[in-house]
Ligand binder design. Structure first.
Ligand code: ADP
Ligand code: MG
Ligand code: MG
Length: 519
């Protein structure tokens, strides 16, 4: 282990040292766009009526120690994961089956599904799909190793796989750059020996990697047959605070490809776009500031539409249908969004009786290197339906002691939707039993303890933290011919939360940005 990762990591700072570090981080973050719009708790709408203010993203003062073997494991398996989720998206029969299992207790998934069914009936016009994915993991290390024995090798276990609106790629490469800057300038000035490295801080090209995926899809679309200029649309939520994360992708895409990028609020789709009256159904975007200017949308990148909150009215479902049936390349399509459902993750991971092949074998040849590497990242996940495995899981979930080892998840994205440990039995009892099948029960991963210092809204929080590693991937494929046209790893995310918090969303307010110091 490097000194930086020893027992006294991060170093205990003198007051003057932490004051200096805070000053440096406050300036670097804003100076380099590692920023968000301030939360209302910090700056009220009255104090900033024109929305001109930006502030530092919550961030750790030091990169968190992270096992190198685990970091490499996640990196090595990413393109196999990209291909897996492209294959799942292409397998309509599989998605139909899995979706049917959860639809009874989940109106949102049912509505999404009906968008796909409607477009399927009239026929999709665009066979190309773009996936900007993020596979999330925590470090798992076998406990209970007898004293004197060597510790077992840590492994990554997958928390979830995101196929829609995988965020923070625009900020993550900057967080790595911040820690690299501090390691070169500030850490060597600290008195504590433990703070002086060496640091092993890998390159992180998340912004470039995701923008390159968008660019690949944009190029694949080709020129407009209607003679318009083509563009990329970022479909976004109104009042987005995590705006710079998205803007960095936009700036990088513009820099690398010259593609015009327009931000379109999800609620304005029907007002600001139309579908050409042609067999190809091109999606046309009219610039609100100059409606005579019409662009053809080559790629629609969804940073909205992943949860029920974006669909308050039936018109919002009409809008999703409008995009889905158009010729624009969607990132993601409804099918790919559904492929990212936690139910899919459960079906892939639930062990079958030894006589039956694993469901993963439907997509990747059993026994192959990719199969083994992906399989190793799975932890136990169970259905909550009325199958034999489901009934056994229900028993675990309802047992006041057994439930301590589990998290119950609905088919939702964006954080704040899960039920942990003791909260599981009362929650299950509060909903109709006929809805239980639309949840999954997952074993909690308990990573080894790490300590760090978080700078949030100008204040320092020091203590035990839990780190979650995300690995980004970009993939372009043809749904019809099943050809994979582009498949690349796209950098990483390290998100860290206090060890007292169950959820870790940065935007949701309890997590923060971090980077890895490989040990
Ligand atoms: P979402 O799609 O809403 O982000 P996640 O499955 O990622 O849902 O769960 C949200 C958070 O809950 C994760 O970031 C992680 O902090 C925690 N979590 C989820 N599953 C597990 C697990 N199996 N073990 C430990 N923590 C988990
Ligand atoms: Mg998610
Ligand atoms: Mg998550």
């Amino acid at each position: 282990m490097s000194p930086a990762a020893g027992a006294s990591y991060p170093p205990s700072l003198k007051d003057e040292e932490s004051e200096r570090l805070v000053e440096v981080v406050k300036d670097w973050t804003v100076g380099n766009g590692l920023a968000v719009r301030p939360p209302p708790a910090i700056v009220s709408a009255e104090a900033d009526p024109r929305g001109v203010l930006a502030t530092s993203v919550p961030v750790t003062l030091f990169p968190s120690p992270f096992p190198k073997v685990c970091f490499e494991q996640a990196k090595a398996v990413q393109t196999a994961y990209n291909e897996l989720y492209a294959r799942i998206s292409q397998d309509e029969e599989f998605i139909t089956q899995v979706t049917r299992d959860v639809i009874g207790g989940d109106d949102f998934i049912e509505s999404l599904w009906s968008v796909h069914v409607k477009v399927q009936k009239e026929g999709y016009v665009q066979p190309i799909s773009l996936g900007l994915f993020r596979s999330d993991y925590m470090v798992h290390q076998e406990m209970g190793v007898a004293e004197g024995q060597e510790q077992s090798v840590p492994q990554i276990k997958q928390v979830e796989f995101n196929t829609i609106a995988s965020s923070f790629g625009g900020l993550s490469s900057r967080t790595s750059a911040l820690h690299k800057f501090l390691a070169a300038t500030e850490y060597p000035l600290l008195e504590s020996v433990a703070g002086q490295g060496p640091y092993d801080l890998p390159e992180n090209t998340s912004t470039q990697g995701l923008a390159a995926g968008l660019q690949a899809a944009y190029k694949t679309y080709g020129n407009s047959e209607l003679g318009h200029q083509t563009c990329v649309i970022f479909l976004v939520q109104g009042g987005e605070r995590n705006i710079f994360d998205q803007r960095h992708l936009e700036y990088e895409l513009q820099r690398s490809s010259n593609a015009p990028v327009f931000r379109l609020p999800f609620s304005k789709i029907l007002q600001q776009t139309s579908i050409a009256d042609t067999p190809k159904r091109q999606l046309l975007y009219r610039l609100p500031s100059n409606p005579s200017k019409v662009f053809e949308a080559a790629v629609v990148y969804l940073r909205a539409g992943y949860g029920p909150g974006d669909y308050p009215n039936t018109a919002d479902w009409d809008a999703r249908y409008h995009v889905e049936r158009s010729n624009a390349i969607k990132c993601p399509t409804v099918l790919t969004q559904l492929a990212g459902a936690k139910k899919v993750q459960q079906v892939l991971a639930t062990p079958k009786p030894s006589s039956q092949p694993a469901e993963l074998g439907r997509f990747i040849q059993e026994g192959s290197k990719d199969f083994q590497e992906i399989w190793q990242t799975f932890t136990n996940i169970y259905p909550m339906d009325t199958s034999e495995a489901g009934l056994a899981a229900r028993k675990l979930a309802l047992d006041p002691e057994q439930c301590q080892k589990y998290v119950l998840k609905p088919q939702r994205e964006g954080g704040g939707n899960n039920f942990y440990r003791s909260a599981i039995p009362p929650y299950l009892k509060s909903i109709p039993e006929s809805h239980w099948g639309s949840y999954i029960l997952m074993e909690l991963i308990t990573p080894p303890p790490v300590t760090n210092i978080i700078l949030r809204n100008g204040e320092l929080e020091q203590g035990g933290v839990i780190c979650e590693l995300g690995r980004y991937g970009a993939c372009v494929w043809n749904q019809k011919t099943k050809e994979i046209l582009y498949n690349e790893d796209a950098g990483y995310l390290l998100r860290t939360k206090g060890d007292q918090s169950e959820e870790g969303g940065v935007a949701a307010g309890f997590g923060c940005m971090d980077s890895v110091n490989l040990v």
